[in-house]
Design a protein. Structure first.
Length: 229
C-alpha cells in the first residue's frame, strides 16, 4: 500500500502482468482511454457516447460503453491533475462509493448501523471487486449493484406476478390428474441427455423437450399411451 501512496502522482494504481517478449502494460491503459474519451468528445462538441478512433478507417464509430458512467467524473479530474492522478482518485472514490451505497441499501432494509457498516465494509473490500479494480472497469461498475438491488427485486416480483398463470398451468400438467392427456396410439422417444418427444396423432399434437440431463430420459421411455407423468 505504501508504494502506491508514495507514487500516487506518477504511477497508476493498477496491476500489469509481465508477458515474455512483450511490453508489460495492463488493461488500465485501455480503461483510461475509454474514460478520457468521454471528456475529449464533449470538448470538441461531438457525441460523448461514441468512439471515433478505434479500428478506423476499417470500422465506423463505435459506442464507447467503457466510458460510462465514470467518464463524466473522470473528465474534470483528468483536466485538473492528468490521467494518472485522475485514475487513482477515481479508483479511491469507487471504494468509498461501494461501501457507502451498500450501507445505505442495508439501512433501507432495516438493519442497524453496526450491521450496515460491516456489510458496507465487506462489499467495499470484497476480493473479487478489489481484484477487478486493479486495471479493470468491472471493479468500478460493481459499486452500482447496491443501487440496483431494489430494481432487481422489483423486477423479479413483477416477473412472478406476470407469469403466475403459466407457472400454474405447468404445475397442473404435472399433477396426478393429468394422466389422460395423450390418446391411444401416441408414441415417443428419448435422447441420451434427456431430450425427448411424443406425437399424438389422434389429437394432432406433437411435443419436443430439450434439456441437458444425462440419463434423464429413463422415465419417459416405454410408457403406455395415456400416461403423461
Amino acid at each position: 500500500m505504501w508504494p502506491a501512496t508514495e507514487h500516487f502522482g506518477s504511477h497508476f494504481a493498477a496491476r500489469a502482468e509481465a508477458i515474455h517478449g512483450e511490453a508489460s502494460v495492463g488493461d488500465h491503459l485501455q480503461a483510461v482511454y475509454h474514460l478520457w474519451l468521454v471528456g475529449h468528445q464533449l470538448e470538441h462538441g461531438r457525441a460523448p457516447w461514441l468512439d471515433p478512433y478505434t479500428f478506423r478507417p476499417e470500422s465506423s464509430p463505435r459506442v464507447n460503453f467503457g466510458g460510462w458512467p465514470f467518464g463524466l467524473p473522470f473528465w474534470p479530474l483528468e483536466a485538473a491533475f492528468g490521467s494518472v492522478v485522475a485514475w487513482n482518485v477515481l479508483l479511491l472514490l469507487t471504494y468509498l462509493a461501494a461501501g457507502g451505497f451498500t450501507f445505505l441499501w442495508l439501512r433501507e432494509l432495516g438493519l442497524p448501523h453496526s450491521a450496515a457498516l460491516v456489510g458496507g465494509l465487506a462489499f467495499e473490500l470484497a476480493p473479487y471487486r478489489v481484484a477487478q479494480s486493479a486495471g479493470h472497469l468491472r471493479g468500478m461498475i460493481a459499486v452500482l449493484l447496491p443501487l440496483a438491488m431494489g430494481g432487481i427485486a422489483a423486477t423479479g416480483l413483477l416477473c412472478l406476478v406476470l407469469s403466475w398463470n403459466e407457472a400454474f398451468w405447468s404445475l397442473n400438467l404435472t399433477s396426478a390428474k393429468a394422466g389422460t392427456l395423450r390418446a391411444e396410439g401416441t408414441y415417443d422417444w428419448g435422447g441420451a441427455a434427456g431430450t425427448w418427444f411424443w406425437i399424438d396423432p389422434v389429437n394432432d399434437l406433437a411435443f419436443v423437450g430439450l434439456i441437458q440431463n444425462q440419463g434423464g430420459n429413463r422415465c419417459r421411455r416405454a410408457r403406455p399411451a395415456g400416461k403423461f407423468s
